[in-house]
Design a protein around this ligand. Structure first.
Ligand code: AMP
Ligand code: GLY
Length: 436
């Protein structure tokens, strides 16, 4: 089978890499891909845009593509799946209606409230004045969210009323364009965040291994938010009993609520969860796609061929797929960022030592790279995701940091404390999970 992957980040490199491990996958095409997918054997980048649905459809039909896998949320929210399905193609990724679960926080919140899914209490506003009056009654901390897609920048966790008012004014003042003309104001939740990515064919839903992301740029989870500085899996805070609750209280009822709205959702339902100090899972947000960089930590542990998993979802045959098989160890992905990220950053620097890092036992997923005159150069803020699998988190960490030592990139930055919660968890079993 030939597979087409839409997207250009570390997530898409990991998807292509994992798909190519399957005997049945002959070739993978990436639209537009990056320097990693350009150099992966049996993988080719195509000079097409992820918004060129007709071009993508034509290529897929002419080249007999058996499965299209859509990585990012933007094309899903713009209806890529609807278009490609109308051309008779098999697609992993929800339709435009399903993608609203990520593309409109107000829509997602209404769905959760209707289905009684545990989440922060919230109110929706379309003008600034009542929103400001509202936060004056609730007090701080309080969370202000732009309704639409804002490239991960639409959320303010306001510690004071002044900060909340500033965020409200910024949203209605046009900071996020149309995405901020409606806002959701919600209760601030406490606890530990976990990403549960579940795969679904619209009828059956199954979680992948739980993962934890590190959104802040600085060690100890400090400083500005980023696209994600690293991830690890499995997250020990999610016991099998807690995963069962997540399945029963969150995943199943969300899928049922989607179905009730006539949505045939085939793809990833990514539940961003807060595990409260009482040990209860609550939804912070849903995404309609694989997480980045969670995917780079989760997929290396998957032993079931990925094409079989994605095809089962796209063809609505997930129930027939045997239980997913996983490596019993752990994986860690550490993101190597360009100097200056998440502010303005350097680009175009040659990256050395990638093959040495791989010889040291890691897999180097490219995120912001491109091939220039046969050399891999940096081309984004998050440049690489260096991943290692080991029998335990500690062993995976040792390998990953040893591999990073082999890399050469002018001014590169990475966090040295990825997976610190998991390490702390193993070291301090007496503590309440949210204290670790
Ligand atoms: P989102 O863009 O919805 O993922 O939100 C970005 C980040 O804001 C999340 O990863 C959380 O750290 C934080 N956040 C969002 N909603 C809440 C909430 N209700 N309570 C506490 N933190 C939140
Ligand atoms: N890792 C966060 C996200 O994919 O949205």
């Amino acid at each position: 089978m030939k597979v087409l992957v839409v997207g250009s980040g570390g997530r898409e490199h990991a998807l292509a890499w994992k798909l190519l491990q399957s005997e049945r996958v002959q070739e993978v095409f990436c639209i537009p891909g990056n320097g990693g997918t350009a150099t992966l054997p049996r993988c080719r980048n195509l000079a097409l845009s992820s918004t060129d649905f007709e071009g993508i459809g034509r290529f897929a039909l002419v080249n007999n593509i058996g499965l299209v896998v859509v990585g990012p949320e933007a094309p899903l929210a713009a209806g890529i799946t609807d278009y490609l399905q109308s051309q008779g193609l098999t697609v992993f990724g929800p339709t435009q209606a399903g993608a609203q679960i990520e593309a409109s926080k107000a829509w997602a919140k209404a769905l959760m409230q209707e289905a009684k899914i545990p989440t922060a209490a919230a109110q929706v506003f379309t003008t600034a004045e009542p929103a400001i009056a509202y936060v004056k009654t609730t007090g701080a901390p309080i969370v202000i969210k732009a309704d639409g897609l804002a490239a991960g920048k639409g959320v303010t966790v306001a510690a004071t009323i002044e900060e909340a008012i500033e965020a409200i004014e910024a949203a209605f003042g046009g900071q996020f364009g149309a995405a901020g003309q409606q806002i959701v104001i919600e209760e601030c939740l406490n606890g530990q965040e976990v990403s549960v990515l579940a795969i679904t064919d619209g009828i059956t839903i199954r979680p992948l291994l739980p993962a934890q992301d590190h959104k802040r740029i600085g060690e100890g989870d400090t400083g500005p938010n980023t696209g994600g500085m690293g991830a690890y899996a499995p997250a020990p805070i999610i016991s099998p009993a807690l995963m069962e609750r997540i399945q029963q209280e969150i995943l199943e009822p969300t899928l049922a609520a989607l179905r009730k709205r006539g949505i045939d959702y085939r793809g990833v339902l990514y539940a961003g969860l807060m595990i409260t100090p009482e040990g209860n899972p609550k939804v912070i947000e849903f995404n309609c796609r694989f997480g980045d960089p969670e995917t780079q930590a989760v997929l290396p542990l998957l032993e079931t061929p990925l094409d079989a998993v994605l095809l089962a979802c796209a063809q609505q045959k997930l129930e027939q797929l045997p239980p997913l098989s996983w490596n019993s160890g752990a994986a860690v992905c550490v993101v190597v960022a360009a100097q200056g990220y998440p502010g303005s950053y350097r680009k175009g620097d040659v990256i050395g030592g990638i093959s040495q890092a791989e010889t040291a036992g890691a897999t180097v997923f490219h995120a912001g790279t491109k091939l220039k005159q046969q050399q891999v150069v940096s081309d984004g803020g998050r440049v690489l995701g260096v991943t290692a699998v080991g029998p335990s988190i500690r062993e995976a960490l040792t390998q990953v940091y040893a591999a990073i030592e082999c890399l050469q990139l002018e001014g590169m930055y990475y966090r040295r404390d990825i997976a610190h919660r998991a390490v702390n968890y193993t070291d301090n079993p007496q503590l309440n999970p949210t204290q670790r």
